[in-house]
Design a protein around this ligand. Structure first.
Ligand SMILES: Cc1cc2nc3c(=O)[nH]c(=O)nc-3n(C[C@H](O)[C@H](O)[C@H](O)COP(=O)(O)O)c2cc1C
Length: 335
């Protein structure tokens, strides 16, 4: 997710629960592909894991996400990313941002499913068969009628799997999410379909599985307020819910990780605010912290606000506040 799921975020999330976070695949923030080569520096900025074999330290593969519409340049970028060590390529045909759509990128291509096929086909042909090429779409531009055509286009292009956000482009993030349309696409193709959209709880995951028939899920915003959801998706239980103290510790770990990864104080403060703002949609304590720090100008003040809370002080004698659990069951959520 652009502006949110940076390398530091992926690092702390996949390290949770002793490295058994329940996350099977991460996707980088998008790399914009225009009619020119993408430099190595750009790839490494978006996906620092490339310098370590393409995985987080917990061993979760990070696919490089490409956003563009020119088949030849997308193929060139994909080949370059793979040469740098990308374990997979994810193609973004779902971005609803006006600036992106007006320059012929993201969800614009959903208006002509054959273009989804062309780009996917070119990228598929440019990278070794062992490298997954995955496609992310919405259910359509302004209605879900073309959903099946879009899914078939992705399959024809050679997609390894298809992730569907159950909203149209014109809906942006407004309700309702349409898991039924995801189900129609799943029935029409033989590649795996990953359901996405409003998966904020175990019960939502279960309902989505029933409605769409999917057994693999992508969790975006839910991970910010409920990073334990990936584990819960596998156990089917919400027993591992993070306490307020666990969440505080995770946020402080994120700040430390950002700084260790070279982010400046100002950028780190901005990212922390962003996580709290989005997490606050699901957790009252995060909403309160966001309120407490949103006008602060320095990272030191924000950290002090978080660390002063009594729950963190109590934690210092514990090895790790995050419960250690094991995960076994299949569904494959991706961040
Ligand atoms: C701030 C933000 C940034 C996003 N950036 C991307 C992106 O770069 N690529 C992408 O495929 N989807 C992106 N999305 C969409 C999410 O991946 C996801 O499809 C959407 O939020 C619905 O899923 P959720 O309810 O689990 O969040 C973004 C969403 C948000 C809120």
């Amino acid at each position: 997710m652009d502006g949110v799921t940076d390398g530091s975020y992926r690092e702390v999330l996949t390290a949770m629960f002793g490295g058994r976070s329940g996350i099977s695949v991460c996707v980088s923030e998008f790399v914009r592909v225009l009619r020119q080569p993408v430099t190595e520096a750009v790839f490494l900025r978006h996906c620092p894991e490339l310098a370590r074999g393409g995985s987080t330290r917990a061993g979760v593969p990070v696919f490089v996400q490409l956003l563009g519409s020119d088949p030849a340049w997308m193929a060139e970028a994909a080949a370059r990313a793979v040469a740098l060590g990308a374990p997979g390529i994810d193609l973004n045909f779902g971005c609803p941002a006006k600036t992106v759509n007006n320059s012929d990128g993201g969800a614009t291509l959903l208006k002509q499913p054959c273009r989804v096929e062309q780009v996917t086909h070119a990228v598929r042909a440019a990278v070794p068969a062992s490298i997954p090429v995955t496609v992310k779409v919405r259910v359509g531009w302004d209605d879900a009628a073309p959903m099946v055509d879009i899914a078939m286009a992705a399959e024809q292009g050679g997609a390894t799997w298809l992730t569907i956000h159950g909203r149209t482009r014109t809906q942006l993030y407004k309700p309702p999410v349409d898991w039924h349309a995801i189900g129609r696409a799943r029935e029409a193709v033989s590649m795996p379909v990953v359901a996405n959209g409003d998966l904020f709880s175990v019960s939502a995951l279960q309902r989505c599985a029933e409605v769409s028939g999917c057994s693999a899920f992508m969790i975006g915003r839910g991970a910010m307020g409920r990073p334990e959801l990936f584990v819960q998706a596998r156990t089917g239980s919400d027993r591992e819910s993070l306490s307020r103290a666990d969440m505080q510790q995770l946020l402080l770990r994120y700040v430390a990780q950002l700084l260790a990864d070279g982010a400046g104080q100002h950028a780190t403060l901005g990212r922390l605010k962003q996580w709290l703002r989005m997490g606050g949609l699901l957790r009252a304590d995060m909403a309160q912290w966001f309120d407490d720090i949103k006008r602060l100008q320095t990272l030191a003040e924000a950290e002090a606000t978080l660390t002063q809370a009594p729950q963190v002080a109590k934690l210092s004698s514990r090895k790790s506040s995050l419960p250690s659990i094991s995960t076994k069951a299949p569904p494959s959520p991706r961040a």
